[in-house]
Design a protein around this ligand. Structure first.
Ligand code: TXA
Ligand code: MG
Length: 318
């Protein structure tokens, strides 16, 4: 089993030795490796059983460090970085030769962000090297928001988990790319489209399905092992027809159609930020609850609700 601790020096030692270490961020826990160590990057893919065609996000300590890895940092990227870093926004930019192809799945671009977590920022400062870190879950499974969840999923495959408590945002970063002075959201996340538009004073595009490796490529993702379906409303016919033990994952109100013991609310206060914070934790709980089916409810499609619905849709695609 992995050691769980808060010792930054120990995390640095493992990373310098070419190992993978789980690190806390404000979004979800990441499985980190130094980007210049080919073997360590290979371990990241192996530990997650992740296809090597799916590129990794690089984490750096600040905007200057990000610029060291890119050949171009367009004005819109600069504005967004200044507005949202450290924070849950990932910028896809043209990479330079410092960034190995194994990080980017051979693409000419690299995804970069500055995570907003004191332990990981300090780790990046002390290490003074960029860290590639996908979410610290097996490929296609639910992302972890606590050190314990990382340990349960990957603890037998990694030496150290840096414990930074429960992730404050609870949902992955928003990923944006730049195309002919336009900004395009490749994956909705903790930074909303409206917040980006406010900073840039221009409309942002939403991704369409394409053939290059990006977050929309894998329809099924973030999924519990328990079968899951997604609906707008819990109706009597929905529950009646189902065999076995059914759990409900709802926004802000219990359904009278099932026992409250089998229901989880993402936010009793009808607060979408709280719902995002609870999302993966609730999915982990329900998946461990011995249910035959999870019926989840769509959130209001506003603000961070769009990102929650994106994850719920992918989790239900089994
Ligand atoms: O909040 C987050 O972003 C978390 C924390 C740990 O930072 N990380 C995370 O990583 O969600 P991961 O690997 O689970 O998702 C990264 C996504 C992948 O879907 C990948 O396709 C996309 O980023 N990506 C990476 N490099 C890319 C690139 N050059 N162009 C387009 N998409 C890229
Ligand atoms: Mg992930």
């Amino acid at each position: 089993m992995a050691i769980i601790g808060t010792d930054i020096k120990e995390a640095v030692r493992w990373l310098e030795a070419g190992e993978t270490v789980a690190i806390p961020t404000e979004t979800v826990y990441g499985l980190a490796a130094v980007i210049f160590n080919e073997e360590a990057i290979h371990k990241v893919y192996a530990v997650k059983a992740r296809p090597v065609s799916n590129p990794l996000i690089v984490h750096v300590a600040g905007i200057e460090k990000a610029k060291e890895l890119t050949v171009d940092f367009p004005p819109a990227a600069e504005q967004l970085a200044r507005a949202f870093w450290p924070g849950p926004l990932t910028l896809v930019l043209p990479k330079n030769e410092m960034v190995p192809d194994s990080i980017t799945a051979g693409q000419p671009t690299v995804a970069i962000r500055v995570p907003d977590h004191p332990l990981t920022l300090q780790l990046l400062e002390e290490l003074n090297k960029p860290l590639a870190a996908p979410s610290a879950n097996p490929f296609n499974y639910i992302s972890p928001v606590t050190a314990l969840q990382v340990d349960q999923m990957l603890g037998n495959k990694i030496p150290y988990i840096l414990d930074g408590g429960r992730c404050q945002r609870g949902i992955e970063s928003t990923i944006v790319a730049f195309e002919n002075n336009k900004v395009k959201i490749l994956r909705p996340g903790a930074v909303t489209a409206a917040a980006i538009e406010k900073v840039l004073q221009q409309e942002v595009l939403q991704k369409k399905e394409t053939n290059i490796a990006h977050p929309g490529m894998f329809k099924q993702h973030y999924s519990p092992l328990t079968p899951m379906m997604l609906v707008d409303e819990i109706t009597p016919s929905l529950i009646k027809g189902k065999k076995g033990k059914v759990a409900l994952l709802l926004f802000d109100k219990y359904s009278p159609l099932a026992s409250e013991n089998d229901q989880l609310l993402l936010s009793a206060n009808s607060d979408l930020d709280e719902a995002a914070w609870n999302l993966y934790d609730c999915l982990h709980q329900l998946d461990a609850g011995g249910y035959d089916l999870i019926i989840a409810q769509n959130m209001p499609q506003e603000g961070i609700g769009a990102a929650i619905n994106d994850r719920l849709t992918k989790a239900a695609q089994q």
